[in-house]
Design a protein around this ligand. Sequence first.
Ligand code: NAG
Length: 297
Amino acid sequence: MASSSSFNLRNSVMLFLSILASSLMAASAANFYQDFDLTWGDGRANILNNGDLLTLSLDKASGSGFQSKSEYLFGNIDMQLKLVPGNSAGTVTAYYLSSQGPTHDEIDFEFLGNLSGDPYILHTNVFGQGKGNREQQFYLWFDPTADFHTYSLLWNPQRIIFSVDGTPIREFKNSESIGVPFPKNQPMRIYSSLWNADDWATRGGLVKTDWTHAPFTASYRNFNANACVWSSGASSCTSQSPSSTSDNNAWLSQEMDSTSQERMKWVQKNYMIYNYCTDTKRFPQGLPPECANANQS
Ligand SMILES: *[C@@H]1O[C@H](CO)[C@@H](O)[C@H](O)[C@H]1NC(C)=O
């Protein structure tokens, strides 16, 4: 009797704890108040709908931006974006991971606006130890201003995979074995900003931002990070018990299967408009070493 009631008590406590844990996890799935700080733009960045939606805006006086409260060292990070519609020429929406300092690491998505009806450019780059110059640019196979689409970064110690709506568009492999720095020692925050770059973004500055269409607005929702949070010099991933690492952290060693490889090839064949790894004019002394690594281009 005594043992059975303590068994029940223990069960109820366990049940309560697991409900508490799952409700905490649900709450942490997407709440911009909880996960991000609005960092600049003096009222032009806003969190709406109880934390479900974030908007950035840009007018002639200023753009705006936000950053994650947490720093991450590896992650599988999704965000849905809906870009500035209509005549967005000259505007750039940057969404990226970055560490601090002169030898920083950085992983970039940048969306270069365009005249109504003309395609956005999705610009990507990877910095290791302060050095970038690894641009790849794409058109998208849909209108990124008509609806929300998911932009994802899978960042683990072996590779970085950029995906759009679950389709990989770029893989940057760890090529440290041939002397190429790979982002894996510096925790990074998530940043985003909407700003005016009409001096370079649209056909090298030929098309200027039309301020009669201001304010320009980009929207964000459904942030989801399956990531190792870095805090006080320690990673949340190493402190996890072996039982909880199995499924949740599969992304930490994930690679592309053959289906993903095929889909990435399809995107690169049909939508890639610039690849530093084929720009021999730019690198007369020879292409960067990582370009020789299979599937880099
Ligand atoms: C804008 O549209 C033009 C015409 O289709 C295209 O050449 C250009 O790459 C597009 N993107 C930008 C950012 O200029």
